[in-house]
Design a protein around this ligand. Sequence first.
Ligand code: ADP
Ligand code: MG
Length: 249
Amino acid sequence: MLRPPSPASLSVVGVSKRYGHTQALDAVSLELPAGACLALVGESGSGKTTLLRMFNRMVEPDSGRVLLDGAELRGMDPVALRRSVGYVPQEGGLLPHWRVLKNAALVPWLQGEAEPEIAAAKALALVGLEPERFGERWPRELSGGQQQRVAIARALAARPRILLLDEAFGALDAITRGELHETFLALREEVPVTTVLVTHDLAEAATLAQWIAVMHHGRVEQHGAPREVFAAPATDYVARLVARSGVLR
Ligand code: ADP
Ligand code: MG
């Protein structure tokens, strides 16, 4: 159910981006195998969102290449690309005047699918919201955590090959966040979509992702499995993040 046609691999090669005097990304290179989950970790302003948005061409690099299954994104039609990329923006981005099921059905509906609400109902179930119980509610009638679940369901309903999440768990209390982490891990078992998530929390990154890229001032300071990052921080900055994360290893 809701399996992507096939998950895609992603890579960025020497990507840079500047806004005026701000070097948002400075020669970033990363690779992510198909079906894997990568966390971009770093403090505010380190370039996480800029990099994330390159994967659906909401941001274009000044130089360097972004590749999906080895093909450059630059050559792809942005509309067709966004069809295969599910994006959960930092604010969730639900439409307040659309009921939950219709919100979740947005992308399949835009894509002209015959029965968008069936895909939407499946996606709501996948994120732990019974469609019968929640589908006809308004977004404002949901808790913050439930709204984030709907935002994730909306991204999944179109069966994307890539899923992008920008601080999707950031604004939630610890218990709600923990519950959403469990749901996320369970749904990744069910739907092996290639995933890039952004967080400023190294402990959260280690819980959710197989790969971590620590970003600082637009550069990747370390890219590796969580246990490598914790056991052998590559730079002083990563060592400080590890020390502050509260994770004992
Ligand atoms: P993060 O998501 O890690 O907080 P961003 O990628 O949003 O970081 O931003 C990286 C840097 O680029 C910051 O200094 C930010 O102010 C700047 N920046 C991001 N987007 C824009 C933009 N559209 N115009 C100007 N500066 C931007
Ligand atoms: Mg950001």
